[in-house]
Design a protein around this ligand. Structure first.
Ligand code: MG
Length: 257
């Protein structure tokens, strides 16, 4: 029996499902007590060097922005809209710029947008399709099933470049990115947005992704069939809506469709 029996629409997560970022292609900086690969030296060189803001100051401002954002994005309380609201990359950088003493409203807008665009263009340049991604999407479509990208990503403008870089543009019928919807998976609205153009219902849909809560639980509780890509064989963390199928790698799905 095929995983696609009774399925009209197949949705796919982006990062670590269809594409992967090769961080070894990025420069490294000191990040607290560790050394990490990041786009920041490139962002710094193109945008902040001429403003006489040193790299370590930029790194500290980004660390402190993320410390605040982590609390905001991982809150345990509130309704779905509060818990899973998306905050765009541009808005995150607007907040960070106050820390760096950039206060003129026009400059804040220009610089925040430039930082978001530069950061994401650099990530795109280091991205590649996961093994089997194109073949799988092709095979799904050959069976008359529509394909949709459903991504938690805070910078929707970089979507087309990312799909082009990975060679996946023509293999997806519809693209839904959290930045454009205003909420993140597992919020029901982002999955509903994926099905809306096709008048499909969750009981005739499939979602494939690597995160237990955002992907498998989020789509599963709406009635989707779900595939959890779980390369490290983690135990299922939730008390309900376990995945229909768990695989180690995306390419394993080629045996099921
Ligand atoms: Mg993912």
């Amino acid at each position: 029996m095929s995983l696609l029996d009774g399925v009209d629409v197949a949705c796919f997560d982006l990062f670590d499902t269809l594409i992967r970022i090769d961080t070894s292609q990025l420069p490294s900086v000191r990040w607290g007590s560790e050394e990490i690969r990041t786009t920041l030296p490139i962002v710094h060189e193109r945008i902040f060097a001429e403003r006489n803001i040193p790299l370590d100051r930029l790194v500290n401002a980004v660390r402190s922005m993320w410390a605040t954002m982590r609390l905001e994005l991982n809150r345990e309380e509130g309704d779905d809209d509060e818990r899973w609201a998306e905050v765009s990359a541009v808005e995150k950088y607007r907040r960070m710029l106050a820390d760096l003493g950039v206060r003129d409203p026009d400059e804040v807008e220009t610089v925040a947008t430039a930082v978001a665009d530069t950061h994401h263009a650099t990530l795109v340049s280091a991205a590649h399709a996961v093994e089997g991604a194109a073949e799988l999407l092709e095979r799904v479509r050959e069976q008359g099933v529509r394909t949709v990208l459903v991504s938690n990503w805070d910078h929707a403008p970089a979507g087309p470049a990312m799909l082009a870089q990975a060679g996946l543009t023509d293999l997806l019928d519809h693209v839904v990115i959290s930045d454009a919807v205003g909420v993140r998976k597992p919020h029901p609205r982002i999955f509903e947005a994926a099905l809306a153009p096709f008048d499909a219902t969750p009981d005739r849909a499939l979602h494939v992704g690597d995160l237990a809560v955002s992907d498998a639980w989020g789509a599963g509780r709406l009635g989707f069939k779900t595939v959890w890509i779980n390369p490290k064989a983690k135990p299922w963390s939730e008390d309900a809506h376990p995945p229909t199928l768990t695989v180690e790698r995306l390419a394993d799905l080629l045996d099921h469709v």
